[in-house]
Design a protein around this ligand. Structure first.
Ligand SMILES: *Cc1c(COP(=O)(O)O)cnc(C)c1O
Length: 294
């Protein structure tokens, strides 16, 4: 399976737990998603699927990925854990691919405390997921698949139903913080915000910045300064999945094969963003960033 090294560990673990071999392909700096221009060179007769991640909710280049998949007869699975509510030219980003998987973990834009969902691109795909999450059972007497207990509990589902109506106000509240960060950080030497791609309605659940060589300290230096002030920024995604002990030995895991991802893992810091974030919360974060130059 062709996949990205720049994600949460669940992405690659899922590939491996499906007894498949991850083949890492580098990402693009513009959106930190798998680079479609590099996918074809990694395809072999053993390749079965492309597992791409809509990183920070930024949609992958879905048209390019789907064209490649169609040419080579591959399935496309999107890890859409970050992409709840994201639209691209008015269309839900969850509607792309053979499957899109969602996380409803407490840290995500929409959550049920724990839980998730799979959006299937076809009726047959949905049937397979429905059966798989329920021990492979299709009906009272037929069990065509090997499955597991992956059902969402009623309690978690009920929480989700209650949360759903808050999603749009939460998105708008996050958007406010996102806009203020972008305005405040514009022109700060060595800090680059990730652009919002044209035609995309994000969910604003992450605020990644590149901390480059022109900044006063390196990314880990800024992380430490924030932490010393009680501000917990996250180094998503560091370390790269391709550098973990169980994947590091794969030929595709070599850092030379993944230069953009390697640099991103060293430079990206996700600043705190949450719907209730006040102007003074924001100012506390920004003053640490500015203070790094003193
Ligand atoms: C959070 C996350 C997951 C895992 O979600 P769970 O609900 O914790 O299983 C998978 N992929 C990515 C990219 C994530 O950020």
């Amino acid at each position: 399976m062709i996949t990205t090294p720049y994600s949460f560990v669940a992405t690659t673990h899922a590939v491996r737990m499906g007894s498949l071999e991850p083949v890492f392909v580098d990402i693009r700096r513009s959106d930190l998603n798998i680079d479609p221009d590099l996918i074809e060179a990694a395809i072999t007769p053993r390749t079965s699927a492309i597992v791409a991640v809509h990183c920070y909710g930024n949609p992958c280049d879905v048209e390019a990925i789907e064209a490649i998949a169609a040419r080579h007869g591959l399935k496309v699975i999107y890890d859409a854990a970050h992409a709840f509510g994201v639209r691209r030219h008015g269309r839900s980003v969850l509607s792309y691919g053979d499957f899109a998987t969602l996380s409803f973990h407490a840290t995500k834009a929409f959550n049920t405390f724990e839980g998730g969902a799979v959006v299937a691109g076809s009726a047959a795909g949905k049937e397979a997921v429905d059966s798989f999450r329920n021990f492979g059972i299709a009906d009272e007497v037929s069990i065509p698949f090997i499955g597991t207990n992956a059902k969402m509990s009623e309690f978690n589902a009920a929480l989700g139903v209650v949360q759903l109506r808050h999603f749009e106000p939460v998105r708008q509240a996050r958007k406010r913080v996102d806009t203020l960060y972008r305005e405040a950080l514009a022109g700060t030497a060595g800090i680059e915000c990730l652009p919002i791609p044209e035609g995309v309605e994000p969910n604003y659940s992450y605020f990644p910045i590149f901390v480059t060589g022109d900044f006063a300290v390196d990314r880990d230096g800024l992380y430490a300064r924030l932490k010393a002030e009680g501000i917990y920024a996250r180094r998503y995604f560091y370390p790269l999945l391709s550098s973990l002990p169980m994947y590091g030995g794969l030929p595709s895991a070599a850092a030379a094969n993944l230069p953009v991802a390697t640099t991103a893992a060293e430079q990206i810091l996700c600043l705190p963003i949450f719907p209730e974030m006040s102007d003074s919360d924001l100012e506390r974060v920004l003053s640490v960033v500015r203070g790094a130059f003193d």
